[in-house]
Design a protein around this ligand. Structure first.
Ligand code: TRP
Length: 333
């Protein structure tokens, strides 16, 4: 069987450079060698946005356009919408029997999110169990690899626990375990120097930002609070400008030279930021060109996603026939 890749993201807003470094770069690369499925995880997005379905609907288009602009090629990658595959919801329900509430509460990603969202004693059940739904996303396609950011590693771990439990209990091998593919630079700091780029933190550079916006954001980036005079030695470690150069500048020798110069003193923030701006513009220009083309015809994008969803569903349906079989639910065969 071909090695299938399944990945995806929640459509909660436009994609930024952190998404690119953490996942999208791998998706663009891996579509050349693998059978890849990219899910727009609208059902998962609703677990913490159930009051705002219109917003999620809107961002399904935003995200689909971002994928196409960044170079996800629908002739190589199947782009589809999670809610268009109701079999995933069915499989989730079966998996829920194999998972304890305590195990879900220990899932580090869920634990962090629950703390951030300040649910207190009122954790919505749907939110708590979204890792189980994600296990269904992955396994219904019998995915071998899941290219994601490092924050998703606990999801893969939990998925594989479910796979082992299912195969053992129902004495089968229909489900397969998956492996995460994490990029060399797993996380990009925000423009403010915070550890992570995040929409709610307001420290993002978006793939859809025009030149003047990128310029403003780069020129006001955090660097090193103690680097006051050009002649002062500056800190490279923890300086987001260097983190971005590491991620996006193809000329590694030049980056090494700039780091040395900066650490030694004599390299000003403005010169450094202008270099980063050039690098980012080179990266973003082809993305903008493709975006301009695709955004002319939004219905065509939705058509592509519909075709992708039909294809994805045919695979999911096949897996569910097997699942129903081993679970003694194939009454009318
Ligand atoms: N949890 C992922 C996110 O927050 C989205 C996601 C849903 C996903 N299902 C998936 C990622 C399956 C990889 C595989 O972005």
């Amino acid at each position: 069987m071909a090695d299938i890749i399944l990945t995806g993201a929640r459509p909660t807003g436009p994609l930024h450079l952190g998404h690119y470094v953490g996942a999208l770069a791998n998706w663009v690369r891996l579509q050349e060698t693998h059978t890849q499925f990219v899910m727009i995880a609208d059902v998962q997005a609703l677990t913490d946005n159930y009051e705002f379905p219109g917003r999620i609907r809107e961002h399904v288009t935003t995200v689909a356009l971002d994928y196409l602009a960044v170079g996800i090629d629908p002739t190589k990658t199947t782009i589809f919408i999670q809610s268009a595959i109701p079999e995933i919801a069915e499989l989730t329900l079966f998996y829920l029997n194999l998972v304890t509430v305590a195990r879900l509460q220990r899932n580090p990603t869920v634990k962090t999110e629950i703390a951030q969202k300040e649910f207190g004693a009122s954790i919505p059940a749907g939110f708590l169990m979204y890792p189980v739904s994600q296990a269904a996303d992955i396994t219904i396609f019998k995915a071998r690899y899941v290219p994601v950011g490092e924050d998703q590693l606990p999801m893969i771990e939990q998925t594989n626990e479910i796979v082992r439990a299912f195969n053992r209990i129902y004495k089968t091998d229909v489900l397969r375990e998956a492996e995460a593919i994490v990029p060399p630079i797993a996380r990009l700091p925000g423009t403010d120097g915070k550890a992570k780029m995040g929409k709610s933190l307001g420290n993002c550079i978006y793939l859809s930002d025009p030149t003047d916006v990128v310029q403003k954001k780069v020129m006001s980036m955090y660097t090193d609070a103690n680097h006051l005079k050009v002649s002062d030695p500056g800190k490279v470690e923890g300086n987001p400008v260097f983190a971005y150069l590491d991620a996006f500048d193809p000329d590694k020798t030049e980056v090494a030279r700039l780091k040395e110069h900066y650490a030694h003193g004599g390299l000003g923030d403005v010169v450094l930021k202008k270099r980063l701006l050039e690098v980012l513009e080179t990266f973003l220009t082809p993305i903008r060109t493709r975006r301009k083309e695709f955004e002319q015809d939004i219905p065509a994008i939705m058509h592509t996603v519909k075709e992708g969803s039909d294809h994805a569903r045919s695979i999911a349906t096949h897996t569910m026939q097997q699942v129903r079989g081993v679970m003694c639910l194939d009454y009318f065969k």
